[in-house]
Structures are given as C-alpha cells and as structure tokens.
Design a binder for this molecule. Sequence first.
Ligand code: FUB
Ligand code: ZN
Length: 654
Amino acid sequence: MKKTFSPLLLFSLVILCAREKTAPDYPIQPVPFTYVQLTDSFWSHRLEINREVTIPSALRKCEKTGRIRNFEIAAGQQDGEFQSPYPFDDSDVYKIIEGAAYSLATFPDEKLSAYLDSLIAKIAAAQEDDGYLMTWRTINPNKPPTEWSGSAERWSDIGGGHELYNAGHMYEAAVAHYQVTGKRNFLDVAIKNADLIYNTFGPGKLMQPPGHQEIEIGLVKLYRVTGEKKYLDLAQFFIDQRGNSAGHELYGAYSQDHRPIFEQNEAVGHAVRAGYFYSGVADVAALTGEQAYIDAIDNIWENVVSKKLYITGGIGARRHGEAFGDNYELPNANAYNETCAAIANVMWNFRMFLLKGESKYIDVLERTLYNGLLSGISLEGDTYFYPNPLASDGVAAFNQGATTRKEWFNCSCCPSNISRFIPSLPGYFYAHRDDTIYVNLYAASHAQVELKSGLVQISQETDYPWDGRIKLIVKPEKVTHFIVKLRLPGWSQHQPVPGDLYTYIDTESSAIELTINGQLQKTDYHNGFLKMTREWQSGDTIELSLPMRVHKVEAHVAVAEDSGKIALERGPIVYCAEAVDNFGKVTNLALDPGSDFLSDFFEYVLNGVVVVRGFAARTDKNSQLQDFRAIPYYAWNHRGVGEMAVWLPMALFR
Ligand code: FUB
Ligand code: ZN
C-alpha cells in the first residue's frame, strides 16, 4: 500500500490532538482523507484531473483576472487598481490554495508547494499591520468594487461586504496548508486576522453576524488546530446573532437572518449561505454539546429532503436570490442548483452523519456527489456549470450567458470550490467511533482506520458505481473484536431519498447478499447500516452485492413540474436523455413506466459510463416507438449542445 501521509502531517495531527481530550466533539470521526487512498477508475481519475488540470488552470485564471495581482497591489509590490469584479474574489485564491494543499498531501509536488509559498508571501504582505485583509479596501478604500461592498470604512457593510466570508475561506485554506505541510506561514496570517475579528466582534463590540456564512466553519477549523477556545466562541457568537435583532438590523431570510436558528424549521434564502450555515451550526453543536442546535438543523434537514431537494441532490431552486424556493418548488429547466450549493449540501450532510451515525445523511450526500455536484465540472476538468438545471432546450443560455460549461465566470465561486472539494473527497468514505468502522461510500480504495483497539487496514475492491458487487478485505494488526458497519444505500432499499419526495414506481426488489469469508450472513440492519461484529482476523473478506437495476422514479404529486413524468436511475446515478443519443430531440419523447430498461457499460463513451437503453414513444408521431438512450446526468453537455431532460412524460405503450 502506498504511504499516504508524511511525518509533517503526523506532526500537525499531534497539534490537533492538543485540544482537551475530554472536550465534546462529533461522536463519529471521519477517517482523514490522507489515510484513504482511492484506487478506483471513477474517482481517482477525477482527483488526478483536479491536480493536473483544474488547480493549474484555476490558478492561471486567478493570475489572468487580477485576483493574484490584487494581493500584490495591496502589498505595495505593484501599482494599480483593484482588478477583479467582486469584493469576495480574494476567496477564490484561498479556496484554490486549500485544494492544492489537499492535493499535496497525497501527491507531493515541490513546484506546486513552492508556488503556494510564493502566493502565501503575497497574501501575508497584503495583510495590514493589525491583521486586516481585504485587498480592495487596502488598495483603495474609496473605490468599492460593487455598491454592496461597503464604504471606505472597514466593517461598514457586514451584510454585503464579504469581509468575514473571505476570512472564513482564508482560515480553511491556512489550516489545510498547515496540516499538510507543517508550515505556519499561512496559519499565522489567518490567526492574526482572526484575532482582529475576535477583538472587533462580540458582546459589547460589533454585534452583526456576517451576511454570508462561512467564517463559522473556518473559525471551528482554527479552533481545532490551535486549541484556542475563543475562535469557537466567536463562531458560536455569529451563529447566535443570526436572527437576533438585539445588536443589528436583521438582513432577512436571504441570509437566514429572519429569526434565531432555534426557531427556524424551513430552509430559506440563499442556498450556499444556508448550507454553510447549517454546517457551521453542526460543528458548533458537536463542539459545545448543545442539543438545541441539533434539533434546529434536524428540522431544517427534514424540510429540505422532503420538500426542497432535487433528485440530483441539488438545492436552491430559484435563480432569483440563488435561493431555496417554496416547498415543492422544483422547476427543471429553470432550476438554479448552484454547484457551490451542492458542495455545501455534501458538507452539511456529512456533518449530520457525524452527529448521528444514520446512513440517510450519506444517502443525500451520495446522491448530491454523483449527480448535482459532479455535473458542475466537465470530464476534462477545466470547464464548469454554475447552475445545474435538470432540463435544457439547447437554446437558453442558462450558464451565465452560455449553453455549455464555461472556463470561468466573473463570479467564480463554483470553479474554485470544486477545486478544493475534489481532493478532499477521500475523507468522506470512512468513519469510526470507538471500535466501530463505518464504510459510507463505495470505491476501490485502501484505508487505515485507528480504532480504540488498534489499527485496521481496510481495502475495497469494486467497480462501483457501475457494479454493485463490493469486496472488503479487513486487516487488523492482530486478531481483534470490533464492528464493521456497511452502509446499505437507500436506493437499494426502495428509498431513493429519506421521506416521500421521490419514490420508485417499480416494486420488484432483489435481495441483498452479504457474506464473510464466503459464508452467507444474517443481516443485522440498523440506522441504514449492515452491522458485523466479530473477532476480525487479517484477511477476513466481506462481500456485499447491491442490486444494480434501472429504477423508474416518480416525484411527489405536489411537484408540479414533474407531474405525470418519470426519471431513471441506477445505483447512485441519475440519468438524463440527451438529443445526441435520441435522434436529435428529447422533448418529443415519452416513457412507459411499465417497460424495462437495460444497461450496458461503454468504455469509450464519456470516459466510460453505463448507458441505459430501452424504447420511447414519439409524442409527435402518434406514439411511434423508437430506440431510447440515457446517460448519467453528471456527464451531459459533453457532445455538443442540444435538448436534455431528466424527467420525461409517462405514456402507456400499446
Ligand atoms: O457571495 C459569494 C458567492 O458568490 C456565493 O456563495 C455564491 O452564491 C455567489 O453569489
Ligand atoms: Zn458558486
């Protein structure tokens, strides 16, 4: 097995453990991404593309668009004006550094490491003496880039200005860089800034919460790495101030600032802000042990999964305000579904799992990951969707003026977010608690899990998501008693999502098969996991077979846009029909919910995908049948522009 962590990383993990051992935390701990090596053909290729294409091209874009020069100008190293369009453009640089740091952990690269150091030196030089860091204001406080950036005064528009949002991304990046390299150059910049913010905000000081959440997550990471409780206190303060009119004029539902978190039970407003907010609340709940936070995000989560979640796992239906719509408001062609919101949804659901240990959260995470998140980046890794609609007429320029993925955007939050998310993905696969290993996601991989009773190596062999056969080889250092929990995906249990928002029309179910060393096991199923407790010996082999049938899905009757329609999915993958596979059109097609669909793996199509095929009726030709093909939704829009649909009308074939 390839060694995936360095002495430097170990050093920083030691610091991490410096926090009081008895302090509350997530009851379940993720196996860090540095202890998980993906060896599969689906994700490991994506990580490679991220390293070789996405990060370098995003850095080039930051150079070309002035995002990096902004730091040089603020540092006095260059003359000029703030160059990019938005006050939060510094955050793109931070996010890409975060992604590059994750990437360095598994693929050491001297050149990239040196480049990051040079960027960090510019960032440090751009920081004002007291820790303030926001390049446009340092460059020329009298020239705000937008009307909502605030005035020359620092903190003059906490609701719109994004000073605290930028800071949060800086902390995340600095912590990642420190954990991977052991160098303090970026961490010290982050700490200096966080100390300034701590001295500026709080009871008796400025009382406003940030307009755009993010700093809460960053502060918690800073707390974890430094052990400085004041950063956790500040994160909690910002969470408690939201919706609290004592101390600031409420920003309203757009920023989830309409009422205190404890009184919220519906997901509203800007979806990325919401997803980061709920993630931050989960972090603070875990670290303070405050149950009321958990109750609040539980209620909001129920609302999202039962009324506001796309079948692709996307959230944030409305373009206007980049926001959640009303309950069951899930339009297809006009779906917004920002890529960043999908990332936020994954972050939030993972935290919910760490709090509660139930697989339904990973069901939502997996659905989002393979569909509404992955669609955000091209197979080549250098073009992106900002919105991720579920239908296209091939004409409307839904992607910020384009019908295809774009290389960059004026507001480029999504590309930089993807570049940091992909290399962190191995960290979502496994988790542990005391003497239990959770296997959450499936892909060929090796992991090293530290249980109370000792170290366990675990390897997966599988062709998931195309094939449902999964083999796990468990290797404890010595014969040891512990528990292995394998997630049984909701889609394999006729429950595509928790709740009744989507259901399978087909009722036929195939049995799940579970063996250990070839012996069929009676399944002990709890909270969505198959539980196996025994004295494990090195080489014990678990085999799980999940049925990979093509399912026909129906949406809740209240979803007007999906009424009378079906969608297709197989395993965790949601399918869509594209014109290029269906004689040039899809808006003239209907599917028979009673007919069967077959699936075949095509190695040379779209980097290797399972294609679903069957027959469709031509609604414009007296229901004449024709061959029908559907491809994974994440891979659409790679073979020219044309019609696409996830949901197709139902018709009974004669
Ligand atoms: O405001 C910063 C980022 O820009 C948001 O998260 C995105 O939705 C985009 O508006
Ligand atoms: Zn975005």
